[in-house]
Design a protein around this ligand. Structure first.
Ligand code: TXA
Ligand code: MG
Length: 323
């Protein structure tokens, strides 16, 4: 496995060829790093599950370079989904749509829906374009972490997560730290109205403004949906340290809060973001830092309000040991 930090056109060409060949290529997106494989190659997809230690049957998101390729993977696309794609692609949004025959059971977990995203990170887009230029149709890419662990937002974090499981010919492309820092918004577009299955940087307010509608985001409803979605399991997005969303840290405990909160005496500050956007950006690295320092308990003051705070709180509640 090699980490490549200077993603020139010739590097991208090589990486796309590696994908065509059936190798895995971890690459940066604006949300988190993804572990990519040719979405039509059953064996390559099987390796993703193995490398992640992910139970089979959890569907994967297919990444494409533009809206123009959407109808290869999805059919019966509602008008509102096209409006969302026009407004937010390339960007941190995944649409769940009825699948075409191209989206096999090994991608969709046997469901009749497929998740599709056009990421905006320049390295991701270049890789997808080049892959399609070499005859590829889409790149399946879950977050490049071991199952249940924290998503990586740097190439170094991908290495920590997956180096032991990748093969010599697999690659990690380094495109710097991810700007958004939490995974894409997942929107179910299989019904006559959209619903949010996983909150992200494309917020409920942004969707409502684009479509001229109002809807509820009921995260407690995840479990009851027919659709299998990330984080519906008890422990997800979790570091080794135990995360506490209430109570006060004591000597040697970690502490995460907005910059405006002072660090309690004896606590070890692992993040002090100035805004909620920055909070999302640094949260997973803060978790990793806590683990690196051997901190056993991290106390978090969650952000408040709408927008990206909803996504942060969603991930925090799933990573928390005690709420
Ligand atoms: O920001 C992101 O979405 C990142 C980057 C790499 O694009 N990817 C990501 O993938 O977070 P992953 O696999 O870690 O989480 C995506 C979740 C899966 O857990 C799955 O439950 C849900 O998306 N998903 C994918 N395809 C689906 C489908 N057809 N129906 C319902 N949920 C789906
Ligand atoms: Mg994930």
């Amino acid at each position: 496995m090699s980490i490549i930090s200077n993603c020139t056109a010739s590097v991208i060409k090589d990486s796309a060829a590696a994908l065509v060949k059936g190798d895995l290529v971890a690459f940066p997106t604006e949300t988190v790093y993804g572990l990519g494989a040719d979405a039509t190659n059953k064996d390559a997809i099987a390796r993703i599950y193995k490398v992640k230690g992910r139970p089979v049957g959890h569907p994967l998101i297919v990444h494409i370079s533009s809206l123009g390729n959407l109808d290869k993977w999805a059919r019966d696309i509602p008008e509102y989904a096209v409006s969302l794609a026009r407004a937010f692609w390339p960007g941190p949004m995944t649409l769940i749509l009825p699948r075409t025959d191209l989206a096999k059971n090994f991608i969709t977990g046997g469901q009749d829906n497929v998740g599709i995203r056009v990421p905006s990170h320049t390295v991701a887009l270049a890789l997808l374009k080049e892959f399609e230029g070499q005859g590829g149709l889409g790149v399946a890419a879950p977050s490049a972490n071991r199952f249940g662990a924290v998503s990586p937002t740097t190439a170094a974090a991908v290495k920590i997560e997956l180096a032991d499981f990748l093969s010599e010919s697999d690659q990690i492309l380094d495109g710097g730290a991810c700007l958004v820092g939490v995974e894409s918004t997942i929107i179910n577009c299989t019904q006559n109205k959209p619903s949010i299955l996983r909150p992200g940087a494309v917020t409920k307010e942004m969707i409502e403004n684009t479509l001229g509608i109002t809807f509820y985001l009921d995260t407690s409803n995840y479990e009851s949906t027919q659709i299998k979605v990330a984080g519906s399991l008890e422990s997800h997005y979790a570091p080794n340290a135990k995360i506490f969303l209430a109570g006060s840290p004591t000597l040697g405990d970690g502490f995460i809060a907005l910059d405006s909160f002072t660090t309690p005496a004896g606590a070890i500050r692992v993040a002090a973001p100035k805004t909620n956007e920055e909070y999302a950006q640094v949260l997973y690295e803060a978790f990793r830092l806590a683990d690196f320092k051997g901190i056993e308990r991290v106390f978090v003051i969650p952000p408040t309000g709408d927008g990206i705070a909803v996504a942060i709180n969603d991930r925090l509640s799933k990573s928390a040991f005690e709420k």
